[in-house]
Write a protein that binds this ligand. Sequence first.
Ligand SMILES: [Zn+2]
Length: 125
Amino acid sequence: MNKKELARFKKLIQAERERVLERLGVIGEEITDRTSGQSSGSQGYSNHMADIGSDAMGQEQAFMHASQGNEYLRRLDDALIRVEKGTYGVCEDCTNKIPVKRLQAYLAARLCVTCKSKRERLQRS
Ligand SMILES: [Zn+2]
């Protein structure tokens, strides 16, 4: 992947990361910290928190969502590190390039489709 592509994915991952954070309701220090000074006229957070803490969602379910979100966040962070290293978009198992289309569909992808399905089969057995 060339530098231009890496830069493009870096932006996509960062945007996705912030979206997840917002969803998780941790619009705390981190985001304000990172975006302060460069947040000119963003959409704002008019409807944030609207769906958090609703009675419809039980505690346990909310927790499930949160932990899944955290796991996803961790993967996105990981992807960012790989962007920095220049190894983003390279399959960890076979070192083939992961198709850009797949990366766009799942930014945190670390394996090509073949290796991913191989691993899933192994995990299930
Ligand atoms: Zn592979």
